[in-house]
Design a protein around this ligand. Structure first.
Ligand SMILES: [Zn+2]
Ligand SMILES: [Zn+2]
Length: 291
């Protein structure tokens, strides 16, 4: 069975996010471990970390996923931005281990005009530096992107270029974002389009490298290269699309994390229920296994 979760706010401390994950009935959850609006970070509070780890282990929540700060750009051709980004990424890995998070998700970065090749080499070197400086245990996952501006990682082939260029590449995972895939032109709303996307993933990175899913419906059109998340069932992918996605054996047992808009307090529970309703029923799964 898939494990379902939500990206949750850490306002008031990381322990609050774990408590909220429990309240909402999540199986897994994702957080930022630092203030997402700045590259500067305050150290984690040790009491907050203890409360977080206790809440996670008591409730059986797993995996815990840390999403890397969006302001980090390890593809940047500018040395000062690059250095600050490498330092921040290094800190993200350290924090993930402190929190006991298994997975760390990052947007590969924007090459800002230097080109795919140069950007790719910068990202790979940054990841190696961050791992070699920390010896971190958490598994870093590169996320596929919609392709706005000069974003890298818009296709599985671009993700594979980063993985191949990094010394630590064999250990890297991939986070498959359904909204970003749709924006990049993978028609994950249809069974055929999804099949083609997963075939490309298999040949470029290996299907087992996809270790989690960002389950977001898309407000943007197919191939529009827009990163605009929508509530589950209210966008271009739709409930039928998510039923197809959750029925794929390559994805069916992964953690699915929602990053859908929170316009009103009940949105998170509603999106979680909508996504869960798209999972194959247990009897059907058993029939498939026996069948
Ligand atoms: Zn995402
Ligand atoms: Zn997004």
């Amino acid at each position: 069975m898939a494990r379902f979760g939500i990206h949750l706010s850490i306002s008031g401390g990381v322990a609050n996010a774990a408590a909220r994950a429990r309240e909402l009935g999540c199986d897994a959850f994702q957080i930022f471990s630092r203030n997402p609006r700045t590259l500067k970070a305050k150290p984690l509070d040790s009491d907050d970390v203890s409360a977080f780890r206790a809440a996670v282990s008591e409730s059986g929540l797993h995996p815990v996923v840390v999403h890397v700060n969006y302001l980090i750009n390890v593809a940047s051709p500018k040395n000062d931005t690059y250095q600050r980004s490498v330092d921040a990424l290094t800190d993200e890995l350290v924090r993930a281990d402190v929190l006991g998070a298994e997975l760390v998700v990052m947007h590969p970065g924007n090459h800002v005009g230097s080109g795919v090749e140069a950007g790719t080499m910068r990202i790979a070197a940054a990841i190696d530096r961050a791992y070699e400086a920390t010896g971190a245990k958490a598994r870093l996952c590169l996320e596929n992107m919609a392709g706005a501006g000069t974003e890298l990682g818009t296709s599985f082939v671009e993700l594979s270029m980063i993985i191949d260029a990094a010394r630590c590449g064999p250990g890297l995972g991939v986070c498959f974002d359904t909204c970003h895939a749709y924006g990049a032109g993978y028609d994950v709303a249809t069974a055929r389009g999804l099949e083609a996307a997963l075939a490309e993933a298999e040949s470029a990175v290996g299907i087992d490298r996809i270790v989690m899913v960002h389950a977001n419906d898309s407000r943007g059109q197919l191939g529009a290269r827009k990163d605009r998340h929508e509530h589950i069932g209210e966008g271009m992918i739709g409930l039928a699309g998510f039923r197809n996605i959750l029925a794929r054996p390559e994805l069916a047992n992964l953690p699915f994390i929602l990053e859908t808009p929170v316009d009103s307090p009940e949105d998170q529970a509603r999106d979680l229920a909508a996504l869960r309703s798209c999972a194959p029923q247990l009897e059907q799964q058993q029939l498939t296994v026996e069948g």
